[in-house]
Design a binder for this molecule. Structure first.
Ligand SMILES: NC(=O)C1=CN([C@@H]2O[C@H](COP(=O)(O)OP(=O)(O)OC[C@H]3O[C@@H](n4cnc5c(N)ncnc54)[C@H](O)[C@@H]3O)[C@@H](O)[C@H]2O)C=CC1
Ligand SMILES: O=C(CO)COP(=O)(O)O
Length: 369
């Protein structure tokens, strides 16, 4: 008999790396979906407290977590535990991915590889690399070709309350994207699959920089017209950069693109928006980072993005303005006036010469036919 309802995914053994807001929230979602969940943290006190109280000592402190999650750490898990896993989920900031994968690589059995899912949203500071490239460099091209990426409008604080949420899931291997979607998909958490992981990654990383810009505008006291314009021009800018990189322009209309851009540019729940808002109110970046209590990846990504944009030679005035405030000591209000005083341009323009970074990456992955 045909049914439209979703049949439950087979029960999987899942190891989540990272026990911050997003790692612990996703561990909770997966455990609630009947999977067996392990959650690794590098913080020994968090591990002990979590296993005793089913509460996270530092993040989402009010939430009662599923008793079906076992916290482990601070040492990274050994090969015998990893061998038992169907899924490894990475929920650590982009700048921690390379060292984590370097340590894990010898413990992975390539003949029996678990499904790898990445949910970080950023560009690595030291290399300007996206996560797909980091995976290729640390784990090899065969593992990178089947790695999967989840991104979209998904505040951890709302997922733990089971607010209806929808995300994009992408991989160069659509079969693997479908597996990742099956692991996560629930009536309160819908997944939409695709085959443009570079586009999904760029969208997730770049929206954090535009969220800082939107927060700055709100902090300066500008109102709804300004925010809506910034979101739209941010989308235009992010699509131009992504297309020049080699991503599919349509990806920027996805949940990971405009969906997450809209979310983070319009809510104080976003840490990136909050960084911008506080800068707009006159606080220093150092003070904001010291007191934020959680990562705002847009701050480091603005640096990597500046290098990427300069390399691609595309116009990205909003991203440049954010970079100049964060790293060149420019005044927020002066940069806002500078943006408004730029000469008029055609509204929608995609770059003619596109795809050089993507072609380099595909070559690294042995997909340059
Ligand atoms: N919080 C949210 O609503 C969402 C977050 N994300 C992304 O997920 C990633 C993680 O973010 P959050 O969990 O919110 O950050 P967080 O600041 O709440 O927690 C970060 C976690 O990563 C660990 N960590 C930090 N550096 C590490 C390193 N070098 N090696 C190993 N572990 C390290 C920390 O100990 C902590 O457990 C970020 O890329 C973020 O952009 C994506 C969607 C939603
Ligand atoms: O990516 C997010 C929600 O989709 C979280 O945004 P912030 O990192 O700005 O809090």
């Amino acid at each position: 008999m045909h049914s439209n309802s979703h049949s439950p995914a087979p029960r999987s053994k899942i190891l989540v790396f990272g026990a911050g807001n997003f790692g612990s929230c996703l561990a909770d979602h997966l455990a609630d979906s009947e999977h067996d969940v392990y959650m690794w943290s590098r913080e020994a006190d968090l591990v002990e407290y979590f296993n005793q109280h089913h509460k996270n000592l530092r993040y989402l402190k009010d939430h009662d977590f599923s008793t079906n999650i076992r916290a482990i750490g601070p040492a990274l898990p050994e090969a015998d535990l990893i061998k038992q896993m169907d899924v490894l989920l990475f929920a650590i900031p982009t700048d921690g991915v390379r060292s984590t994968l370097n340590q894990l690589r010898p413990r992975l059995d390539e003949a029996n590889l678990p499904l790898l899912i990445f949910v970080n949203k950023g560009i690595e500071v030291s290399s300007n690399a996206l996560t797909l490239e980091i995976i290729a460099e640390t784990c090899g091209k065969d593992i990178a070709r089947v790695a999967t990426f989840i991104s979209g409008p998904s505040f951890a604080k709302e997922i733990v309350k089971r607010q209806p949420t929808m995300v994009s899931v992408a991989s160069l291997s659509e079969a693997h994207a479908e597996r990742a979607s099956e692991v996560f998909h629930q009536p309160w958490f819908r997944c939409y699959t695709g085959n443009d992981p570079i586009g999904i990654e760029l969208a997730g990383a770049l929206k954090n920089v535009y969220a800082i810009a939107a927060g700055m505008a709100d902090g300066l006291g500008y109102e709804n017209n300004t925010r809506a314009s910034l979101i739209t021009r941010g989308l235009s800018e992010m699509t131009r950069i992504g297309t020049a990189y080699g991503a599919n322009p349509l990806t920027f209309l996805s949940l990971a693109g405009v969906g997450d851009l809209f979310l983070t540019c319009s809510s104080p729940t976003s840490r990136n928006y909050t960084v911008g808002f506080r800068l707009g109110k006159g606080e220093t970046l150092e003070e904001i980072i010291r007191t934020l209590g959680s990562v705002a990846e847009g701050v480091t990504t603005a640096k990597g993005l500046k290098a990427v944009v300069d390399d691609l030679g595309v116009a990205a005035p909003i991203a440049s303005g954010v970079y100049e405030v964060l790293y060149e000591g420019k005044d927020v209000e002066e940069r806002a006036r500078w943006l408004m005083a730029l000469p008029p341009v055609r509204e929608l323009e995609l770059p003619e010469k596109a795809g050089v970074p993507m072609r380099h990456l595909m070559k690294k992955l042995g997909l340059d036919t």
